[in-house]
Design a protein around this ligand. Structure first.
Ligand code: NOJ
Length: 572
């Protein structure tokens, strides 16, 4: 990745923002605080109780696709831990919890007329009922990337228009079964990722590399499917159920490298339009952003193609799609500096990325504690929210994802950098609300450490640490739990003294949890070694799978365990 050292731009005058200043104040009454997760990332139970396979089950079982060849087979075992996890949410005093329904768990082949899996319905019924009993509003995503494998194999998944009807049938079933209790529906989570990483680069399931076409085609069908589901709700359920249907889009902010250079300003705008605007513009205005039509169209002509690689909507489709959003979900994590770059078209190597004619840069001084792509740039959040306000007619917004990961494989519950990230990002959201942006709720991402797609378990986003090496997948609060809890109970940031106090206390408390967890880890590793001594044949397999991460900390635990084994043998 290119790295450019720059001082942060100072010209943002929507708000006369001063990057350094922290705003003390509270959120509007009724603001909804939440946390989230998704089915494949947390549920586990991948082949239990009649669930069908999803593209992620199949993809993660292929060697070489996921870090350390991890899978979501058991993940956090959330399927078996409804009550445990809801008690964590209660402890945080969450107003809402965002989760997704695994399509193949309730319709194993993806085709409703084939079979509906009652056990799957029961699981989500139970989850929803327990949330409501605990006064936690469910915000439910219908598609968080786990397409039924059969639909991928038979039709090519989102490359095929037939997904629109299959998805609509699935959504309709969810409205029928759960809509009496669920009032916030999200059709798709982060369709950008589905299209680009699933069908263009192939880093995500189903792993297709259809450069230059695959992403645009997948996105086209997803937008149509979203609109159809919104209309289904609007005509068949809204009157009775009185709920809302939105979509959750992700978007990094793009800031021009040189704010006095018109080409950079346009390139930064293009970056955001090709990201968030690709989906938001059709949904709010009926068609793709003009700049996408111009750039992809021109490059297609230069390639010698008769038509643009960006598909087109008919006039009927445009009016059908326009306005199909009761609220907009925004998933936001980071920002890039953007500069103009000519990517000349070639016959063979065109892609979504080269269509944009730009380069992405980062400031090496931006903190990046976890995922390689995730730099902490809080001011970008406020800019993105203001962009949404001005571009799409100030819609109601739920922030559906925001948070930061850590890479450490050693246990670390004292996540000061996450506290800092949440503090600053939530503060920029507060400033955006003062700018007039209609943000109605915020979802910390994520409640638990979980399966992080192609990164496996190597990146931990959770407020709660999950010990994946222990079969019971115990959860431990990180310091950020204490901090977020205070933000929620104060509905914002009352004053400097208190906020500093929260931070200090959170970090004080975590060191004792850290010790507890380390002791527990040591105990369970020693117990495994003992089992190995007594029953070498049966326990050997477990040992091999449980001790997978040769980090300094696991090695030191192992050495102490081997010593223990040695001492025990000598005593016998
Ligand atoms: C967006 C995805 O929707 C979510 O599932 C994932 O955990 C985060 N990005 C972080 O990578």
């Amino acid at each position: 990745m290119l790295v450019l050292c720059l001082s942060a731009a100072e010209d943002f005058d929507w708000t006369k923002n001063n990057h350094g200043s922290f705003y003390y104040g509270t959120f509007p009454a009724g603001f909804s605080w939440g946390a989230g997760g998704s089915a494949y990332q947390t549920e586990g139970a991948w082949d239990k109780d009649g669930k069908g396979l999803s593209i992620w089950d199949v993809f993660s079982h292929k060697k070489g696709k996921i870090q350390l060849n991890d899978t979501g087979d058991s993940s956090c075992e959330g399927y078996y831990k409804i009550k445990d996890d809801i008690s964590l949410m209660k402890d945080l005093r969450l107003n809402h919890y965002r989760f997704s329904i695994a399509w193949p768990r309730i319709i194993p082949t993806g085709v409703k007329s084939d079979h509906v899996n009652e056990k799957g319905i029961q699981y989500y019924d139970e989850l929803i009922d327990h949330l409501l009993e605990s006064n936690i509003t469910p915000i439910v995503t219908l598609y968080h990337w786990d397409l039924p494998q059969v639909l991928q194999e038979k039709y090519g998944g989102w490359q095929n228009i037939s997904m629109v009807n299959y998805f609509n049938d699935f959504a309709n079933l969810c409205f029928e079964k759960f809509g009496d209790r669920v009032k916030h529906w999200i059709t798709f989570n982060n369709p950008w990722s589905v299209a680009v990483e699933g069908y263009e680069t192939g880093e995500h399931a189903p792993g297709m590399r259809l450069r230059g076409n695959g992403a645009y085609r997948a996105a086209h069908h997803i937008i149509k499917a979203h609109a159809k589901v919104w209309h289904t709700y609007d005509t068949q359920w809204r009157e009775k159920q009185k709920g809302l249907v939105g979509i959750s889009l992700s978007g990094d902010w793009g800031e021009p490298v040189d704010i006095s250079n018109q080409k950079d300003i346009e390139a930064a705008e293009r970056y955001v339009q090709f990201y968030l605007g690709w989906f938001a513009t059709p949904i709010f205005h009926g068609d793709y952003p003009q700049v996408m039509k111009d750039f992809v169209g021109r490059k297609s002509v230069q390639q010698g193609l008769g038509t643009s690689r960006l598909p087109t909507f008919s006039p009927q489709e445009k009016s059908y799609i326009k306005g199909t959003c009761d609220f907009l979900g925004i998933g936001h994590f980071t920002t890039r500096y953007i500069t103009h770059r000519n990517d000349p078209p070639s016959r063979s190597s065109n892609s979504y990325f080269t269509d944009r004619d730009l380069a992405e840069l980062v400031d090496p001084r931006w903190p990046d504690p976890g995922s390689e792509w995730l730099y902490s740039v809080p001011w970008g959040f406020r800019r993105l929210l203001n962009f949404v306000k001005t571009q799409y007619g100030n819609p109601n917004i739920y922030v559906t994802e925001n948070g930061v990961s850590e890479k450490m494989m050693c246990t670390e519950l004292c996540d000061e950098w996450r506290i800092q990230y949440y503090k600053d990002y939530i503060n920029e959201m507060l400033k955006a609300i003062r700018d007039g942006v209609n943000v109605k709720g915020y979802t910390a991402w994520s409640l638990l450490d979980k399966f992080e797609w192609d990164e496996g378990y190597s990146e931990r986003f959770g407020l709660y640490y999950v010990d994946f090496r222990n079969k019971n997948k115990p959860r431990y609060p990180k310091a950020s739990v204490q901090f977020y809890k205070r933000v929620i109970s104060s509905n914002g940031f009352p004053n400097q003294r208190e906020v500093e106090n929260w931070k200090r206390k959170a970090v004080e408390m975590c060191s004792s949890s850290n010790q507890l967890l380390a002791a527990e880890e040591q105990r369970s590793t020693a117990a495994n070694i003992l089992r190995l001594i007594h029953d070498p044949l049966t326990s050997h397999m477990e040992m091999v799978t449980e001790i997978v991460v040769p980090t300094v900390c696991t090695l030191s635990i192992l050495i102490s365990a081997v010593l223990l084994m040695f001492l025990l043998r000598r005593r016998n």
